[in-house]
Design a protein around this ligand. Structure first.
Ligand code: ADP
Ligand code: DP6
Ligand code: CO
Length: 322
């Protein structure tokens, strides 16, 4: 007997970043964070439970993967199997529209889609809150891709209370400025562990980011897009300063990233509301008002390949094609 389900999820880009865990086994973050789920770059994942399989199988973009990516998926499916009381293995077939591991949140769309598809395939009926908690165990940032639009992921007191939910925010757009599609040399997971272990600035990052999140939630509730952008850019550059302070150091920003950051500064000097944020990779995301997005994208076309994104849907089941 086989059971299957297909889900779609989109990446999310944090405006207050998650960078550091207080409990790696439970994927509990050192601080809360806030993000926008995109309406571009969907991940589509089909999970087929199959009593005939001796081990889980992962196929990403048409290639069968083993090693770390498969282990991460298999450990995640173990959690789903435990919840469902079902020890059958599964085949996971997934496609990413976003480049994988390039700092554009493929782990977020990937594990949010897997949480929704796997829980349905194993017969679980989870609330949005429990789906967010489950997705968090696959990749912290995936907790937020369960949610449509702008989400806050609460640091929480423990597993029960560390989940993402929608929060009030101004209407906004993001221009995704891709300068490099290749996989980062060091994963977010490994880099954030090294940061906590070796950066003397890590305690300051944790206390500053907690305070920053409170200011960001207020700025969002006040629909003050300029303040939202300023807080987001400061928080992102602080995260990259922190990452660069590891031993051995890690630097995700490249000359091409800096060229985009310079352009965004120039746009601001000319009176356009535009602020940069950058995840763990070289690619820049420009936060702006929806009416300015196409013009900003056109102005960056010679330094990056651009896509305009708006708030998108949370992870959801779709017509099954297994
Ligand atoms: P990113 O910046 O893209 O989120 P990460 O280092 O956080 O980069 O995570 C990349 C890893 O996430 C991949 O190496 C893979 O293990 C996992 N991943 C990405 N997409 C998927 C997917 N669709 N299904 C399962 N796992 C995925
Ligand atoms: C820079 O969620 O990819 O994108 O929990 O180890 O899977 P794991 O890490 P991940 O880290 C995301 C880091 C970030 C910031 C953010 O999305 O908040
Ligand atoms: Co990630």
């Amino acid at each position: 007997m086989t059971d299957h389900a297909t889900a779609v999820a989109h990446p999310n880009i944090a405006l207050v970043k998650y960078w550091g865990k207080r409990d790696a086994a439970m994927s509990l973050p050192a601080t809360g964070s806030l993000s926008m789920t995109l309406d571009v770059f969907p991940t589509r994942t089909t999970v087929t439970v199959d009593a005939g399989l001796a081990a889980d199988v992962l196929e990403l973009d048409g290639r069968v993967l083993e090693g770390t990516p498969l282990d991460r998926v298999a450990r995640f499916l173990d959690l789903v199997r435990e919840l469902a009381g079902d020890d059958r293995r599964a085949r996971v077939a997934t496609t990413n529209a976003v480049p994988t591991g390039a700092g554009l949140a493929s782990s977020a769309s990937g594990f949010a889609a897997l949480a929704v598809a796997a829980s349905a395939a194993y017969g679980l009926d989870l609330s949005p809150r429990d789906l967010s908690r489950l997705a968090r165990r696959g990749s912290g940032s995936a907790s937020r891709s369960i949610v449509s639009g702008v989400a806050v992921w609460h640091a929480g007191d423990g597993d029960e209370t560390s989940f993402a939910e929608p929060t009030e925010a101004p209407d906004m757009a993001m221009v995704i400025a891709t300068v490099e599609e290749r996989e980062k040399p060091i994963s977010s997971r490994a880099a954030m562990a090294r940061t906590a272990e070796t950066s003397p600035f890590y305690p300051a990052w944790v206390s500053d980011t907690s305070a920053t999140l409170e200011r960001m939630v207020d700025a969002c509730a006040a629909h003050d897009l300029d303040l939202v952008g300023r807080i987001a850019e400061t928080n992102a550059l602080r995260m990259h300063a922190l990452i660069q302070s590891c031993d051995p150091p890690i630097r995700y920003l490249t000359a091409a990233s800096l060229a985009v950051l310079d352009r965004v500064e120039a746009l601001r000097a000319d009176g356009t509301l535009a602020y940069s944020t950058i995840d763990a990779g070289p690619n820049v995301v420009v936060l702006c008002a929806p009416a300015d997005a196409e013009r900003i994208a056109a102005s960056l076309a010679d330094v990056a390949s651009t896509v305009v994104a708006r708030p998108g849907p949370g992870a959801h089941l779709v017509e099954d094609d297994a």
